[in-house]
Design a protein around this ligand. Structure first.
Ligand code: ADP
Ligand code: MG
Length: 334
């Protein structure tokens, strides 16, 4: 492109909240044939809320009386009135006994107080909103992409995905049905274990951004393949993909933070020119290797730095705008 065309395109972009880092970026964007969206914070608001708490016994029975009551107002469900007096005077919870939903949430929130992860914040906030007395915890160990481990009231507590429990020798299968039900609703379900025993499941939900579906449709109309990449589990990821109109086959789930850039490289090794759209620190390496890296709105500084394009607004539709500005600018000067 001529310097003049580049300037026009860059200016139009800026007026629309689309910041191109230089003329070569503006030129590359028109060739994008695949857009890869990060899920959390990019297609979704990234504002998690605790939605479900289910106590599970060793046989996989959901023991919480409200276990299948799903709150849609974002309030935690799974109110439990079962076995109210399990505490010995030492404040220790007797093992082998069924915990109540509140006990499960108390343990989970205590452990998650050592994490900054949005999933963790929602659990802590949810416990507080329910007026629970969350005990202190110590010896926090974050396991990136899997969960957290901590000592709560002398017990070793785990909160995280199936792999976190399996690696610690705890069988997650008794909670399989509960997990699958919550995940097929698009929620992120997390297992809670105490002293090597599965005690329950907690779930967080996020809401899809208002314009996500329209943005996906507009890209597909242009003939662009739309994909999604996430650390979240397959079932949750597919449920969210369905909500925004992304083909389930185009979902790459359970991708560890350090593997996101490899996943983008694998997509590009098929000869595709991919635009990666993300918001988080996790996304920075993937933004850097993509044909065009795009940081969205509320994104972290690290993501913005690694990106070629920054979308000032938090609107997925601006992804389409970025590509259209590139096309229009370069067409004019041909
Ligand atoms: P995302 O890319 O969706 O933010 P992460 O890679 O951070 O996901 O985490 C992947 C999965 O690991 C989560 O969906 C969750 O099951 C589990 N996980 C990660 N951190 C935590 C945590 N602090 N507490 C519970 N589970 C966690
Ligand atoms: Mg994200």
């Amino acid at each position: 492109a001529t310097p003049a065309a580049t300037m026009v395109g860059t200016t139009i972009g800026a007026q629309n909240g689309v910041l191109f880092k230089g003329g070569d970026v503006l030129e590359r964007a028109k060739d994008v044939d695949t857009v890869v969206f990060d899920k959390t914070g990019t297609l979704t608001e990234g504002a998690m809320e605790l939605t479900d708490v289910v106590a599970v016994d060793g046989e996989g029975n959901a023991v919480t009386d409200g276990g299948d009551a799903v709150a849609d107002g974002g309030a935690a469900s799974g109110e439990s009135g079962t076995s109210s007096d399990r505490r010995s005077d030492g404040g220790e919870l007797a093992t082998r006994e069924r915990l109540s939903g509140d006990d499960v949430l108390r343990l989970a929130a205590a452990a998650e107080s050592g994490s900054e992860h949005p999933l963790a914040r929602a659990i802590v906030d949810g416990a507080e909103e329910r007026g629970l007395d969350v005990p202190d915890a110590e010896d926090f160990e974050n396991v990136p992409g899997h969960g957290i481990r901590a000592t709560v009231e002398g017990r070793e507590v785990l909160v995280g995905n199936r792999k976190l429990l399996r690696d610690a020798g705890v069988d997650p299968t008794p909670a399989a049905e509960t997990m699958e039900r919550l995940e097929s609703e698009g929620k992120t379900a997390m297992l809670v274990a105490a002293d090597g025993e599965l005690v329950g499941v907690v779930a967080d939900a996020d809401t899809v951004k208002e314009n996500a579906k329209d943005a996906v449709a507009a890209l597909q109309d242009r003939g662009t393949d739309v994909m999604m990449i996430t650390g979240d589990n397959e079932r949750t990821a597919r449920a969210v993909a369905e909500q925004v109109g992304i083909d389930p086959d185009n979902v790459r789930a359970e991708v560890l933070p350090e593997d996101k850039s490899d996943a983008v490289e694998a997509i590009q090794s098929e000869g595709r020119k991919a635009m990666m759209v993300g918001d988080g620190v996790n996304d920075a390496p993937a933004l850097a290797v993509a044909h065009v890296g795009t940081a969205i709105g509320s994104g972290t500084d690290v993501a913005i730095e690694a990106a070629d394009v920054t979308l000032m607004r938090d609107d997925p539709q601006d992804v389409v705008k970025a590509i259209r500005i590139s096309e229009a600018t370069l067409q004019k000067i041909k």
